[in-house]
Design a protein around this ligand. Structure first.
Ligand code: LLP
Length: 410
């Protein structure tokens, strides 16, 4: 890790290709016995190299924007393995995805269903659809901001509107009804709430079948938590035991949309210690990475292990705050963490940073977004170069100042 930091600079994201593949295969073997599509949730990490490797393994994609559609297709994920959720799909996004003949639009409102029907009619291509149901379940997600299954959230269609909208869609020659979907949140460690979602979706599917509207698949969303601190991750085998027999029995295919489970643990953020600052009150380890690279600690109180890369750190343990250089009190990677106090120049590894790290990175404080490296078969490939100062101001223009314009006219 130190060699990578020296070669590519820090902050740096490092991804382990073998671990990504291992996690993907773990899902495939857990969910065996049913017609399965693992639609990797691109928002977790949309780097083309990662999408390419997953595409080669047979993965599909769960997308939420035209940008993610572009990435997925550029990486060679075929349209018929792509599902599209999101409450605010624009007409132009609907058009691109209809053209790509995606596996399923997961429609989140009556208005969106009408817009999609109009787009499909205009293009002469029937749209494959499923409704995203809001099951009104408060999921045990790791933070309120990642709960998406209860009635107060913007996601999904209330159960009491679902049948009516399916009937409406079934009456249109431009809609090809395929599935039903729910995604209740992220960072979930317990299979039980998925059982309740399954009960509801199967009940709706049975009702539709009795009216002659036959579904082909059931999509359970993603949201499987990974180990954090002392907590174990989602036991996917147990989840699969709960889900697979019932979906198979109903004669349906299964779609799952994991993001974090596949990439989180495969990613590490390397960051260099700039200063150790003691204030009397506290000890701050100031690093060159912060909330612009990994916003999870700030936004969701997300826990990430922070450890020295060299393993040579010695000396006393202390409680420290590991903070970034960004001008926000909320800019930290770890708070009140017991660790051997590192020295300036030491490289720290921030773990489980493969999901929602680089994909949520920003240029705030005019910082350059970091480089990303994929380690595969002992080789390190630069899969995204560090941004430059030119990248930073690309697209900005200065209009002629009113002063200059007046002078010219005079
Ligand atoms: N499917 C849908 C429709 C989603 O909205 C999401 C995540 C997923 C699948 C994948 O969830 P996962 O398996 O990765 O948990 N930025 C937050 C997580 C937000 C997740 C948003 N939707 C975090 O860093 O914890």
């Amino acid at each position: 890790m130190d060699a990578l930091a020296a070669r590519f600079g820090t902050p740096l994201f490092v991804y382990d290709a073998a671990l990504i593949e291992e996690r993907y295969q773990a899902l495939i073997s857990a969910f065996t016995g049913v017609d399965l599509l693992v639609a990797y949730s691109v928002k977790a990490n949309g780097n083309l190299a990662i999408l390419d490797r997953l595409a080669r393994l047979g993965a599909g994609a769960d997308i939420v924007s035209g940008g993610e559609l572009h990435r997925a297709m550029q990486a060679g994920i075929p349209g018929d393995r792509i599902v599209f959720a999101g409450v605010g799909k624009t007409v132009s996004e609907l058009r691109s995805a209809v053209a790509a003949r995606i596996h399923g639009f997961h429609v989140e409102s009556a208005g969106e269903l009408r817009a999609l029907e109009a787009v499909a009619a205009e293009m002469g291509i029937p749209a494959r659809v499923g409704l995203r149901v809001n099951p009104d379940i408060v999921s045990p997600a790791h933070h309120g901001y990642t709960q998406t299954g209860h009635a107060e959230t913007k996601f999904g269609i209330p159960v009491d509107q679902v049948l009516e909208l399916y009937r409406w869609a079934a009456s249109s020659p431009h809609m090809d009804i395929r599935g039903i979907d729910a995604h209740i949140g992220s960072g979930i460690l317990d299979p039980a709430p998925y059982g309740r979602v399954l009960d509801l979706l199967l009940e709706i599917a049975a009702q539709l079948a009795s009216e002659g509207i036959e579904l082909e698949y059931l999509d359970m969303g993603g949201g499987y938590g990974v180990p954090q601190g002392d907590e174990a991750g989602m036991p996917v085998e147990r989840l699969a035991e709960l889900v697979v027999p019932r979906v198979r029995e109903a004669g349906l295919g299964l779609v799952v949309e994991p993001g974090r489970y596949i990439v989180a643990e495969a990613g590490t953020l390397l960051t260099t210690v700039l200063y150790v600052k003691r204030t009397g009150e506290k000890t701050f380890v100031v690093t060159d990475g912060g909330m612009t690279e990994l916003i999870r600690p700030s936004l969701y109180a997300g826990f990430h292990r922070v450890e020295p890369t060299s393993g040579t750190a010695s000396g006393d343990e202390e409680r420290v705050d590991v903070v970034g250089p960004i001008c926000e009190t909320g800019d930290f990677l770890a708070l009140d963490r017991r660790m051997t106090v590192p020295s300036p120049g030491d490289v720290l590894a921030v773990r489980t940073a493969g999901a929602y790290g680089s994909s949520m990175a920003s240029n705030y404080n005019s910082r350059l977004r970091p480089a990303e490296v994929l380690v595969e078969d002992g080789r390190a490939h630069l899969v995204r170069r560090r941004e430059t100062l030119e990248d930073l101001t690309r697209g900005e223009t200065i209009p002629p100042s009113p002063e200059d314009t007046t002078k010219k006219q005079a």
